[in-house]
Write a protein that binds this ligand. Sequence first.
Ligand code: FAD
Length: 376
Amino acid sequence: MTTSVSIIGAGLGGLTLARILHLHDIPATVYEAEESAGVRTQGGQLDLHEEDGRLALEMAGLTEEYRSVIHRGGGARRVVDEQGRVVVDRPDDGSRPETLRGDIRRILLEALPPGTVRWGKKLVSAAPVGGGRHRVSFADGSSAVSDVLVGADGVWSKVRPLLSDERPVYSGMSYVDTYLHDVDTAHPRVAGLVGNGALYALVPGKGFLAHREAGAVVHTYVVLHRPVEWFDAIDFTDAPTARARVAAEFDGWAPELLALITDGESAPVLRSIYELPDDHRWDRVPGVTLLGDAAHATVPGGDGANLAMLDGAELGTAIAAHPDDIERALADYESHMFPRSRKAAAAAHDTIDFVFGAGAPAGVISLFAGDEGPSA
Ligand SMILES: Cc1cc2nc3c(=O)[nH]c(=O)nc-3n(C[C@H](O)[C@H](O)[C@H](O)COP(=O)(O)OP(=O)(O)OC[C@H]3O[C@@H](n4cnc5c(N)ncnc54)[C@H](O)[C@@H]3O)c2cc1C
C-alpha cells in the first residue's frame, strides 16, 4: 500500500514538503485554513539563503523559477538616523537576492498537481486512531484519517499538542506592518528616503525596517519592544487612532519616517512575536512530526522561512528514502532538524540583540559598512 502524507498548512514549509513528495510520486494532501491562494497578500520580501531556502528550492527543482522572480536592485541597504540623514548606503551587489514571499508561494503551488491543496480546511483537532494513524478534524465538520501527519501550521500549530506540551510565549517585541502604494507619485519624499532596497532607522528597542517592493510599494515593519498589554490597549481596527498611537513612539523623528506609519493606505497590522524555547524538541510519536514555525518558532532573525523550506525539503527526502519505514524517516529528519533549529534560534536572538540592542544602530551600520556580524 502506498503511504500518503497529510500536511496541515500551505505555508512555504508545507508546500516545499508537498513538492518534494510529488517529485518522488508519494501522494500528499495539504489542508490549508485559508479559503484560497489569493485571500491575503503573503507578507514582505524574503532574502533566501544559499544554505537553506535556496537549497530547498534547488532540491524542489525550482531554481529557474526562483531566479525569474528576484527583485533586481532590491538587495540595496541604507541606514538613516532619526532625522533621515543617510549613514550607510550600500548598493545591491547581488549577494542577498530579495523575492516576494507571495511569488515563492505561487511557484510552489504551481509545481503541485491540481487538487493537492484543499483550501478552507482549518484543522481543529487531531487524535491518534492506532498504528501511527491520526484522525484530523476540520472546522467545516469534515474529517480524514492520515497515514503520516505533518504539522506545518505555524506558530499556533494544532498538531503540536500530539508531540509537545510547549506553548509559544510572547518574545517582548512586536512588528506593525504598514504599506504605501504608488510611492514615486503619491509619496515621492518617502520613495527618495527608502531608495531601491531596504531602509533601517533604529535606536535601542525600536525602529523602522522598510523595503521597497516591486510595483512601487514601500512595506514597513515598525518594530517596538513593548509588553503585550501595551499593544492590547491599542484598537488596531481603528486605523487612524492606531497609526497616531504608534507614530507617537517616534515623536521628533523625520516627517518622511513618520509618514511610513501615518500615510499608509491600508490599516496597520499588528504582528506580535511569539516563540518556543530555543531547544524545543519531543520524543518520537508514531506517524506524526512538525516542521517550520510549528516546530521552532522564534524571533525574526531573517531565517524562519528559509528553515521551514529546508525542513520541508529534508523531510520529503527522508520519507522518499524510507517509504516503507516511516518511523525511521521521521527519526532521521528530526535528528537533523532539532540541533539545526536550536542553533538557528540562538542565532536569531543574537541578531535581534545586534540590531535592536543597547548599541543600536551601531550593529547594522558596521554590518552594512562591510564589517562582520550576525546576518540581519
Ligand atoms: C514580521 C516578520 C518578518 C519575518 N521576516 C522573515 C525574513 O525576512 N526571512 C525569513 O526567512 N523569515 C522571516 N520571518 C519568519 C517566517 O515568516 C516564518 O518563520 C515562516 O513563515 C514559517 O513558515 P511555515 O511554513 O512554518 O509557517 P507559516 O508561514 O506560518 O504557514 C503556516 C500555514 O498554515 C496555515 N494554518 C495555520 N493554522 C492552521 C490550521 N489550524 N489548519 C490549517 N491550516 C492552518 C496558515 O494559514 C499558513 O498558511 C518573519 C516573520 C515575521 C513575523
